[in-house]
Design a protein around this ligand. Structure first.
Ligand SMILES: [Zn+2]
Length: 462
C-alpha cells in the first residue's frame, strides 16, 4: 500500500471549507455521499463531518468533445505549409498518423489524455469515437475492439465516460465517395447500430452522426432512430459548420447553411450537441439558442485549426446553452478553454469582461457554471452542479497554491481562470471516488509509462 492508497476511499462525508453552490461560494459545507456515488445531502454552516476538505470545492466539468487518439499527434502539424495552410492540410496529417496507430496505442493515448483532463478539473468526457477499423479499412475480429479500448482507458483513468460511436459514411456532401484516408472511420448503418447495441449496458452511450458532409440525410435519420432505441434522453452529437468551406459546400448541395439545414430537417432539442456551430448567421444563432441544444465549443482546437469565432455573446444573451470540449487535445485544461473563450471575444470587441453582463458578476464563475451544466447536459450525466441527487463529480482547489493564495470567495475562481498555468487542482472525485489526491493521479505513473512507450514506438513508425 502506498501513502496515496491510504488516502483513497473511506469517508463518505466531508466538510468543505467552501463550495460553489448555485453560483455562490458557501462556507463550511457538509457533503454526504451515497453508496451510488451521488450527493446524498448538503448542509451549510456545518460543524463536523468525516473528512475536512481544506479548500474550495467546485463542480467538475464535462469535456463534451474529444478525439482521444489526437492527443498523440499534438504538435505534428505545426510546420508552415504552402500559402493558405488550413484545416484540410491538418486533416491530411491526421490521416497519415492513423496509418500507424494500433489498438494498444489507442488505449495508452486515451488513458494518458484522460489522466491529464482529470488533473486539470475535467471529470467526465464524451468521446466522439470515429476510429473503428484496422489501418487497411477492414473491421477488427471484434468490430468493437477500439470502443473497448476507449472504455478500458476511461476505467483505468477513472474519468466518467459517455461513448459516442460515430457513423461516418461518405467523403463529402452529396454522397461523395470516401477517400483512402477515411477508411478507418467507415461503417454501414447496420454495423453502426450493431456497435451501439454491443456497447449498450457496458458504458453510457450517445450517438454521433459525424457531420452533414460525412452522412447523408437517411443516415442521419438512422442515427436518431438508434438513439431513440437506446432511450429518449440519449445524446446526439454532430460536428457542424466548423469551416467556411463546409458552409459553402452545404449551400451548394442543399441551398441551406449547415445549422439551418439541421434545424429544418432533424429533431434538434436539448439532447443534441452541435459541436463547433462556428459559422452561423443571426437567424441560425437564435434558433439554435431556442432549441435548447448545447453548442459544443472547443476554443483551443478551433484556434489551432483556424476555424473561426462562434458568436458567444449574442448566443448567451438569447439564453443559449454551451459546454466546452478538448476536441483535438492540443489543450487538456478546461480553464484554458474558458480563458480563451473570453479572451478571443475581448480581442474581437476591444472590451473586457464580455461574457457576463450583470455588473459586478464574476466572469469566471459564470463561464464555469455554464460550462459545467451545459457539459453535463450534453453527456446526459447527472452532474454539473453541487446538489443533492447529482453525481459527486467534485474538484477541490488548494487555496494556499501560489495561483490562488490570498484570494477569497469567487475571487478564487477569478484567479483560477484568469491567471497562471500551474494547476491548483488538489483533489478530484468522480462519481464519489477519488481519482486525484494532492495533485497526483492515483494511477498516473503507470499510465504515463505506457503512454511513453507508445509515443516512442509511434515516433519510430512515423
Ligand atoms: Zn471534433
Amino acid at each position: 500500500m502506498t501513502p496515496l492508497d491510504a488516502l483513497v476511499g473511506g469517508a463518505t462525508s466531508y466538510l468543505a471549507d467552501a463550495a460553489l453552490i448555485g453560483g455562490e461560494v458557501v462556507e463550511r459545507v457538509r457533503i454526504d455521499i451515497a453508496a451510488d456515488g451521488t450527493i446524498a445531502a448538503l448542509q451549510r454552516n456545518a460543524a463536523q463531518a468525516g473528512e475536512r476538505l481544506p479548500g474550495l470545492v467546485v463542480p467538475g466539468i464535462a469535456n463534451l468533445h474529444s478525439h482521444a487518439f489526437q492527443r498523440a499527434m499534438a504538435g505534428l502539424a505545426e510546420r508552415a505549409g504552402p500559402e493558405g495552410d488550413n484545416f484540410w492540410r491538418w486533416r491530411e496529417v491526421m490521416y497519415r498518423f492513423l496509418a500507424v496507430l494500433a489498438p494498444e496505442d489507442v488505449q495508452a493515448v486515451a488513458a494518458q489524455l484522460y489522466v491529464e483532463c482529470l488533473l486539470h478539473g475535467y471529470t467526465s468526457v464524451a468521446e466522439f469515437h470515429y476510429l473503428h477499423n484496422a489501418p487497411d479499412g477492414m473491421p477488427y475480429a471484434d468490430p468493437a475492439e477500439l470502443s473497448w479500448r476507449i472504455a478500458a482507458a476511461a476505467e483505468a483513468a477513472g474519468i466518467g465516460l459517455t461513448l459516442l460511436p460515430v457513423l461516418y459514411r461518405q467523403g463529402g456532401f452529396g454522397s461523395a465517395p470516401p477517400t483512402p484516408g477515411q477508411r478507418r472511420f467507415l461503417l454501414d448503418p447496420d454495423s453502426f447500430a450493431a456497435l451501439c447495441a454491443r456497447m449498450a449496458g457496458h458504458v453510457p452511450l450517445g450517438v454521433a452522426p459525424h457531420s452533414l458532409r460525412a452522412v447523408a440525410p437517411d443516415d442521419l435519420a438512422r442515427c436518431v432512430a438508434v438513439a431513440d432505441g437506446l432511450g429518449p434522453a440519449t445524446p446526439v452529437h454532430i460536428h457542424v459548420a466548423e469551416q467556411t468551406g463546409e458552409v459553402a459546400d452545404c449551400l451548394a448541395w442543399s441551398g441551406a447553411r449547415p445549422v439551418q439545414w439541421l434545424l429544418d430537417h432533424a429533431p434538434v432539442g436539448p439532447r443534441w450537441c452541435l459541436v463547433h456551430a462556428t459559422h452561423i448567421d443571426d437567424a441560425e444563432r437564435s434558433r439554435l439558442a431556442a432549441s435548447g441544444a448545447v453548442a459544443g465549443l472547443c476554443q483551443t482546437t478551433e484556434a489551432n485549426l483556424g476555424d473561426g469565432i462562434f458568436p458567444l455573446r449574442p448566443f448567451l444573451a438569447e439564453g443559449g446553452t454551451f459546454g466546452i470540449g478538448s476536441d483535438s487535445n492540443v489543450c487538456t485544461s478546461p480553464i484554458e478553454e474558458l480563458r480563451w473563450l473570453e479572451y478571443v471575444r475581448r480581442l474581437e470587441s476591444r472590451a473586457r469582461n464580455v461574457s457576463e453582463t450583470r455588473q459586478g458578476a464574476s466572469v469566471a464563475a459564470s463561464l464555469l457554471g455554464r460550462a459545467a451544466s451545459g457539459g453535463a447536459q450534453a453527456l446526459a450525466r447527472s452532474a454539473g452542479a453541487i446538489a443533492p441527487g447529482r453525481l459527486a463529480d467534485l474538484v477541490v482547489l488548494d487555496p494556499d497554491h501560489p495561483a490562488l493564495v490570498g484570494r477569497r470567495g469567487l475571487g478564487l475562481l477569478d484567479a483560477w481562470v484568469f491567471s497562471g498555468n500551474i494547476s491548483p487542482v488538489q483533489h478530484v472525485m468522480v462519481g464519489g471516488a477519488w481519482v486525484v489526491r494532492f495533485g497526483m493521479h492515483l494511477r498516473g505513473e503507470e499510465i504515463a509509462a505506457g503512454f511513453a512507450r507508445c509515443m516512442r514506438r509511434l515516433a519510430d513508425a512515423l
